[in-house]
Design a protein around this ligand. Structure first.
Ligand code: FMN
Length: 188
């Protein structure tokens, strides 16, 4: 029985706050997927653009389908990673909109979260997201947050990360994050 618990697979849902084709944040998530051990499932969420504008009046037992799917995906996942740029000194609107849909469902309560903000500067979006994730009572893991400035200069035109320090920082974030969620799962 104990063996079964210890072998229980972990899963991570990763969300990019950028909808842009060729997004640096998408490329970072792909890089992270290569750091994940084979026994951990890593899904990159690809329906952010389908989430409708948040409407509390529609936030009832039958919310829009894309919202139901999102909540189901995150409920099943053991952990979530957000990797996002900053727009106009704030969180990208569609990402904040998605998080607003998660308030009433308590989907992120105690969910381990890693937060990476990869942008030109990004300090405002990073700070704002930490507040929002706190409001959602998610478990932002110490040592699993990272702000990467001047991200475009740290990648080549194919999206490969060329900056060694950035790669090391991302590896460290994933090490801490995976150790944490694996440890939490064993204790379940
Ligand atoms: C409309 C717009 C507003 C932006 N505002 C900011 C900003 O306030 N702070 C910042 O750090 N970067 C800002 N940027 C730059 C983005 O962070 C940068 O383009 C980043 O690479 C976008 O992420 P992506 O490559 O994943 O799409 C802005 C970009 C756009 C298109």
């Amino acid at each position: 029985m104990e063996q079964d618990i210890q072998n229980q697979n972990n899963s991570i849902t990763a969300i990019s706050g950028s909808l842009r084709s060729g997004s640096s944040n998408h490329h970072i998530l792909k890089y992270l997927s290569g750091l994940v051990p084979a026994d951990i499932t890593f899904n990159i969420y690809d329906e952010l653009a389908l989430i409708p504008p948040f409407d509390p009046g529609l936030d009832n037992d039958t919310p829009p389908e894309a919202v139901t799917r999102l909540r189901g995906l995150l409920t099943t996942a053991d952990a979530m990673i957000i990797c996002t740029p900053e727009y106009a000194f704030g969180v990208p609107g569609q990402l904040k909109n998605m998080l607003d849909w998660l308030v009433s469902s308590s989907t992120l309560v105690e969910k381990p979260v890693a937060l990476i903000t990869a942008s030109l500067g990004g300090e405002h979006a990073h700070a704002s997201l930490l507040l929002t994730l706190g409001a959602l009572n998610s478990n932002v893991i110490d040592g699993a947050t990272l702000r990467i400035s001047f991200i475009r200069s740290k990648m080549d035109s194919s999206g490969n990360i060329t900056d060694e320090e950035t790669k090391q920082n991302l590896k460290q974030v994933m090490k801490v994050f995976i150790e944490t969620i694996t440890g939490l799962n064993v204790k379940k």
